[in-house]
Design a protein. Sequence first.
Length: 327
Amino acid sequence: MPEKNAFITGITGQDGSYLTELLLEKGYAVHGLVTPLESAANGNLRHLVADPAILGKRLFLHAGSFEELTHLRRIIDRTKPDEFYHFAGQSSPRLSFELPEVTANSVGIATLRLLEILRGLQHPTRFFNASSAEVFGTPSNSRQDEQTPVNPATPYGAAKAFAQQMTRIYRTAHKLPACSAILYNHESPRRNESFVTMKIARAAARIKKGLQTELKLGSMTAQRDWGWAPDYVEGMWRMLQADQCDDYILATGELHSVADLVEKAFQCVGLNWRDHVKQDPSLITAAEPVAPCGNPAKAEKQLNWSRTVNFDSMVERLVASQYDSAG
């Protein structure tokens, strides 16, 4: 019998798929909601879906919609998860300006509905909520920690702040073992091209192979705290293993600019980025957060968590993955 049952929303995404692999390695049975079910065969879980020793034996994918509350409640009642990891929802701060209601519903209200379901379960379930550094907006202090005031600058950040605060309220008012990770940018080859890291890595690889001639970017001076996604997934798991659930920042504590990322990516393929990169003002976000840099000291001390991949190695891995798959 598996050691524990886990349920993951957003299981086919970057974090969900890495977490699935981690939990399977640790002996869990893993359940996830997939819409449509066929998408799992061609995405980040395809290697697991194709393995008859895993699919249907240790990995269970349930067809359905995250918005269908009654159906979701039935699945959760049936699977009786010991741990619940929540990633699903609209994931683009930029797109949230165009889709504020969709973002508020899929990120904020959906999390509240999950908390209500879990509060009513007979089987005790520990809940993890994926929050974001976007909750801080344009923070006045750097580096941010768990006590930094919440002041979002995007509809996405506001929705994440609501979900994070509701998770805290259910932990304190209803004694639900629930926590939020305030996640700073974390990357991997499983990111899609809407993220600037993959856009840059893919362009460097394609330009080197002669498949593309230039790369258009918005702000080159924008800075981010970029880490390696599998490291962050390890931190998420550790949060639910702690005796007392609490909120933690998962970050590197280092800032790098888009220009730093571009320079390193083009270095990886032996090119000078200045020969190929052009700035496009239309790509600059209306409300650009100022240098969000996290302080992971609490997670390092209480969870014994730390990153294993530095910035240069992260960029090298992203470019290598795109070079291998390009053309």
